[in-house]
Design a protein around this ligand. Structure first.
Ligand SMILES: Nc1ncnc2c1ncn2[C@@H]1O[C@H](COP(=O)(O)O)[C@@H](OP(=O)(O)O)[C@H]1O
Ligand SMILES: [Mg+2]
Ligand SMILES: [Mg+2]
Ligand SMILES: [Mg+2]
Length: 352
């Protein structure tokens, strides 16, 4: 008997790998090039749309009935002013879809030489990501480039895909083209894919699929524990995280990293706690920013919840349901860290 979600996992890894190859090549060709003026966001825009088109095209072939919650939509590309952008996206998507990787991928997924899509097909693939989400049935989430700011800085970013069934994340695949395979030697080759299927554990492999190995969250003593937090202070409140760190008397400084690479770092023990305090009461966290990371952390033996200890609600639409803050860490230290978060919340309230 084959394992649950075996076909989905195979497709998801292959789609994320092709999308990672694409985003790396856009970075090398465009972001690094000196012809791109500083603060020009177009390389990330091109890579974002193309990566979503590649993943969605493959999902559409393999699982045509499954809806997709994707971050991007093609409205801008359908305007006259979007023509040039669209041409680049079609060329890049087709380059990624038709590449012959020699990895024995399934020919039915519409990939490999000769599988070029038209501009209309590419835009339709992007727009298959417009699903509103919900409590029941199967749906995929795509975040083609998570950590767009990190991508432009040449730092961490992630290509993220998940399968949610009846509001429970069953499969998460995260590609991190800039993450060293071995965190202990930062000069080791870069580029990893993280995979988790519910009930089947968590795994890391090189982008090529080589060197697959199970990963899990090690037991941390409070002395060794450190926080993993966003680089962008607009995304998460560093000052609130500092308050929690003081409550725990942490000695190690926080590691700042963009994207769901933080969840990957946690899952293999590069850091001890993922923490994310909202900076604005009007912002709702998006399900594609946390679904793959959440199943990865759980399958690596960790716990993920909001700051009230409630599970993340992936069944309330494109945004998370009624959750406040995000906390993920190993099972053994979780109760202590949650308590420190709650103490920091009441201290902050008392000081307002
Ligand atoms: N005000 C805000 N608060 C929290 N998250 C935000 C935010 N504005 C944007 N984000 C999300 O933060 C993600 C990056 O996560 P991190 O801060 O952990 O690197 C972004 O993903 P994208 O880069 O895919 O748009 C975006 O969805
Ligand atoms: Mg994102
Ligand atoms: Mg994104
Ligand atoms: Mg975004």
């Amino acid at each position: 008997m084959s394992l649950a979600f075996a076909a989905e996992k195979q497709l998801a890894v292959s789609a994320v790998r092709r999308a990672c190859n694409l985003t790396s090549s856009v970075f090398n060709r465009l972001v690094k090039s000196e012809t791109v003026v500083k603060n020009d966001k177009s390389p990330v825009t091109v890579a974002d749309f193309s990566a979503q088109a590649v993943i969605s095209s493959m999902l559409g072939k393999a699982f045509p009935g499954d809806p997709i919650v994707g971050e991007e939509d093609s409205a801008d590309l359908r305007l006259e002013s979007g023509k040039e952008l669209l041409d680049r996206i079609v060329a890049l998507s087709n380059e990624a879809l038709t590449a012959d990787l020699g990895l024995g991928e399934n020919a039915d997924w519409g990939i490999g030489p000769g599988n070029n899509r038209t501009a209309e097909e590419i835009m339709d693939a992007i727009d298959r990501g417009n699903y509103a989400g919900g409590k029941t049935g199967r749906m995929w989430t795509i975040d083609p480039i998570d950590g767009t700011k990190g991508f432009l800085r040449g730092e961490q970013y992630a290509v993220c895909l998940s399968l949610i069934v009846d509001a429970s994340v069953q499969l998460g695949v995260i590609g991190c083209p800039n993450l060293p395979i071995d965190a202990a030697s930062p000069n080791s080759p870069k580029g990893c894919i993280f995979v988790a299927v519910r009930g089947q554990g968590a795994q890391q492999m090189a982008l090529s699929g080589a060197d697959p190995r199970p990963i899990s969250i090690p037991a941390f003593s409070m002395d060794q524990l450190n926080f993993l937090e966003s680089v962008e202070s607009a995304h998460a409140s560093h000052s609130f995280h500092d308050l929690v760190a003081r409550n725990l008397a942490l000695k190690a400084p926080p590691t700042r990293m963009d994207s769901q690479a933080k969840y990957c770092a946690l899952a293999r023990g590069d850091g001890g706690v993922y923490i994310r305090m909202l900076t604005s009461s009007s912002y709702k966290e998006k399900i594609w920013d946390h679904a793959p990371g959440s199943v990865l952390v759980e399958e690596a033996g960790g716990v993920i919840s909001d700051f009230n200890g409630k599970p993340l609600d992936f069944g309330a639409g494109r945004s998370l349901g009624d959750n406040f803050g995000i906390l993920a860490t190993g099972k053994d230290v979780y109760p202590k860290v949650l308590e420190a978060v709650q103490r920091a919340l009441s201290e902050r309230k008392a000081n307002i």
